[in-house]
Design a protein around this ligand. Structure first.
Ligand SMILES: Nc1ncnc2c1ncn2[C@@H]1O[C@H](COP(=O)(O)OP(=O)(O)OP(=O)(O)O)[C@@H](O)[C@H]1O
Length: 613
């Protein structure tokens, strides 16, 4: 059954908006409108002014200008607003961890960052899920939304705004936006008949369904539905969207997803229904209390309503002025169409700027299927964090799954990677260096790290790798960024093994002096690793910094500038060696042994030990 709009009801369009019939725009009108959008969506000042047709800058460098954000406004990054039909799972955590790492990196660059996350709380699926639990939708949303906040705390997610779509300020902004789109002649009323996937909250094209009209994502049959709804005139924006993507190919990332988006648009955009007559749990359509606003039309606006401050009278204009457009929407590829097609068209209709980039990452899979709440094949992030701690979880998924591609989880692999990289390459190197320093130099640096590095190729290697890491972070290649930082650890281990300072110390005299310098070089590399890996492993990074004798406020205030060689000074006293990262032992994982106590001693104890030494 093909989705069908009863165009005879088009007449109602004139009732809603007598100024124009929005569905029959002439090409000349479109051209005029395109010019209008070009002015509206003026390029930020960091873009080349020679490119008159640019609506926005389009590559990752788009939001990586080096002006501290002054010229381009804050760096606004968003995760999807997660649907509260069930508790969060590792898939939801994956996007949020990635967003947090990117946000932390941008903060290190000195930018003002607004990191937005939240929950999408309206719609049929939520009402059904609440009823199944025997609770009302409101109570259900409170509980699940709280579960998200708790998980983000446990995973050290430092978000700035958490928006719930049941927040009254959000409702006000959605209604205002709806009214603007209506006033622009892009909303009309019609009958709709089609196949609906409740789990996607979306009418599906018959072509994209599996046998028995099953949704390819949720593997559940779509239901045939007929409704009298309000429609958004998406088809009107076909050409504008095509031109926008041609001129700004970096708008959709990774690059290979652009083709997918372009082919959806090319295959012909259909107007979509933006209200539901049968769903009570939603924001009422302005001037028609019998219908509620379609959950996607509502939820996408959360990226803007999140920006409005709590103490003000919420309105679209002030929310937009607080940071719109977003620099980066980070999403899973399942909701790319909503973000790269529907959302830009909605924004164009309302006369608002487009986000600078939409990045659709791959899926965490289980047996080749997308892990998801509806399928129930999820991995529990709470359990992983409890067993292993937040840094290993953050590191593993960002390091192991190439950002943009799909990835599977296996516990063996998790343990091997985390042990090899964080415990051995990084933790062990720090520990044995501090051990040698304690034994031979009373835990005190004999020389500045800049002086120790004169004429030494090791420093150049570290500088080269840290520059690489920065580029990878900027390009959102998070796995490669981790790899580059880990390479510094590998280089440090090789240097240590080549130089064998333990035997140089035994030789005494000049050899012993050289060995003391070698330790400074390695510790300086460790300091750089700590900063460069802090977007991914903030706790581990702080423990390293602490072992290097720095106070917490200095770590908290560190910027990417601190990855420059030369931070360690002669006379600085290091803490006593104490593993910063405990190896994960299989026996502990299996519950056969008691887990080791936390590896870090209190600062007071460390200071005491240093004094004793
Ligand atoms: N398996 C997954 N891998 C990676 N990201 C995921 C995964 N599942 C969910 N996400 C993240 O959550 C977003 C979808 O949020 P949603 O709340 O709809 O979760 P869901 O588990 O996919 O729900 P459902 O199974 O009901 O469709 C994705 O766009 C992505 O950002």
């Amino acid at each position: 059954m093909a989705a069908r709009i009863n165009t005879s009801i088009q007449n109602s369009l004139w009732l809603l908006n007598p100024l124009q019939n929005s569905r029959n725009l002439k090409a000349t009108h479109l051209r005029t409108r395109f010019k209008f959008y070009q002015n509206l969506l003026s390029a930020p000042s960091s873009c080349s002014s020679s490119s008159k047709r640019a609506i926005f800058c389009s590559s990752a460098s788009n939001f990586n200008s080096h002006d501290g954000g002054a010229a381009t406004g804050p760096f606004v990054i968003t995760t999807p607003l997660y649907y509260v039909n069930a508790a969060p799972h590792m898939g939801s955590a994956y996007t949020t961890i990635a967003a947090d790492a990117i946000a932390r990196f941008q903060r290190l660059l000195g930018k003002k960052v607004i990191f937005i996350t939240g929950t999408d709380e309206h719609g049929e699926k939520i009402a059904t899920a609440a009823a199944a639990q025997g609770s009302g939708p409101s109570e259900h949303c409170d509980n699940i939304s709280e579960a998200y906040k708790t998980l983000w705390k446990d995973l050290d997610i430092a978000y700035d705004k958490f928006i719930r779509t049941t927040d009254p300020k959000h409702e006000t902004i959605v209604k205002e936006f709806y009214s603007n789109v209506l006033a622009n002649g892009d909303i009309y009323r019609a009958d709709y008949e089609g196949l609906y996937c409740v789990n996607c909250e979306e009418y599906k094209d018959e072509k994209e369904l599996l046998a028995d009209n099953c949704c390819p994502i949720h593997l559940k049959p779509c239901a045939s539905r007929k409704e009298d709804n309000y429609f958004f005139a998406l088809s009107k924006y076909q050409r504008l969207l095509e031109e926008t993507l041609t001129q700004n190919p970096g708008f959709v990332q990774p690059a290979f997803r652009l083709n997918e988006v372009q082919s959806w648009i090319k295959s012909g955009l259909k107007d979509f229904s933006i209200s539901r007559a049968s769903v009570e749990w939603g924001i009422p359509v302005p001037n028609d209390q019998r219908q509620t606003i379609y959950v996607w039309f509502d939820a996408l606006l959360g990226y803007i309503s999140a920006l409005s401050e709590n103490d003000e009278q919420p309105n679209l204009q002030t929310a937009v002025a607080s940071g719109w457009p977003a620099s980066l929407h980070l999403i899973g590829k399942d909701i790319l169409r909503f973000h790269a097609v529907y959302w830009p068209a909605m924004l164009m209709s309302a006369g608002l700027k487009l986000p600078k980039m939409v990045f659709g990452h791959g899926f965490l899979t289980k047996d080749g299927m997308k892990m998801g709440k509806s399928l129930g094949n999820t991995l529990e992030p709470n359990e992983l964090v409890q067993k292993f701690g937040s840094d290993p979880v953050r590191y593993f998924f960002l390091r192991e799954v190439e950002f943009g591609s799909d990835g599977d989880y296996a516990e063996d692999r998790f343990i091997n990677i985390v042990n090899a990289h964080l415990a051995n390459t990084i933790g062990n190197l720090l520990n044995r260096t501090l051990g040698l320093l304690k034994k031979n130099c009373q835990s005190t640096l004999v020389v500045d790290s800049s002086a120790a590095a004169v004429g030494n190729a090791f420093k150049e290697k570290v500088e080269e790798l840290v520059a690489k890491a920065r580029n990878h972070y900027e390009e959102l290649s998070l796995s490669s960024a981790c790899e580059a930082v880990l390479e510094i650890g590998n280089a440090g281990n090789s240097y240590m093994d080549e130089r064998a300072p333990w035997s140089l110390f035994k030789q005494g005299g000049a050899s012993s002096d050289a060995a003391a310098k070698d330790l400074v070089l390695i510790l300086e590399a460790m300091r750089i690793i700590a900063i460069a890996l802090s977007p991914v492993t903030p706790r581990l990074s702080w423990r390293i910094y602490e072992q290097l004798g720095f106070p917490e406020d200095q770590f908290a205030a560190a910027t990417w500038n601190e990855t420059k060689w030369g931070g360690l000074k002669a006379g600085q006293v290091m803490a006593l060696p104490n593993p910063v990262f405990a190896r994960i032992e299989q026996a502990i994982v299996n519950g056969e042994e008691e887990a080791p106590k936390k590896p870090v001693k209190s600062k007071k104890k460390i200071a005491q030990k240093v004094a004793e030494a």
